[in-house]
Ligand binder design. Sequence first.
Ligand code: SF4
Length: 157
Amino acid sequence: MLISACLLGQNVRYDGNNLGLDSLSFQRLSELVEFVAICPEVSGGLPTPRTPAEIIQGVGLDVIEQRIQVITQTGEDVTDAFILGAQNALDLCKRNNIRAAVLTDSSPSCGSSKIYNGEFDGKKVAGHGVTTALLRQHGIAVFSQFELENIIEFVNS
Ligand code: SF4
């Protein structure tokens, strides 16, 4: 199973921190699957720490289909790095025969149910990130870290 590297405790978030999981559900899932970790943004060439970026007026699929961009808070266009990171995540899934992923919600790369609204005001809207869009386009099931029980059901089905 693919996993966002920050959920495995790797300090790859934009602020240099992580969101490491240690719940009982996560421990149960860890016994059922082998995790393969990636941070799409780092994989796409961005540094840690890095300036926060958001998808401007759309969702990850719009970025993949080159309709809109991912822009940092200081106005830099990082669309290419986000798309490269998504492609690297997909390649990793193909090489390891991975059919499901648990990715960090709200991220412009990894979000699966919510993302920030593109105005850097801290507000979230329904949507998904760039990596999630590409994985789903290729039939890979993407869950958030808030759906661990659903993932365990998926793995056991
Ligand atoms: S891109 Fe994904 S893996 Fe990397 S820090 Fe953001 S949420 Fe975590």
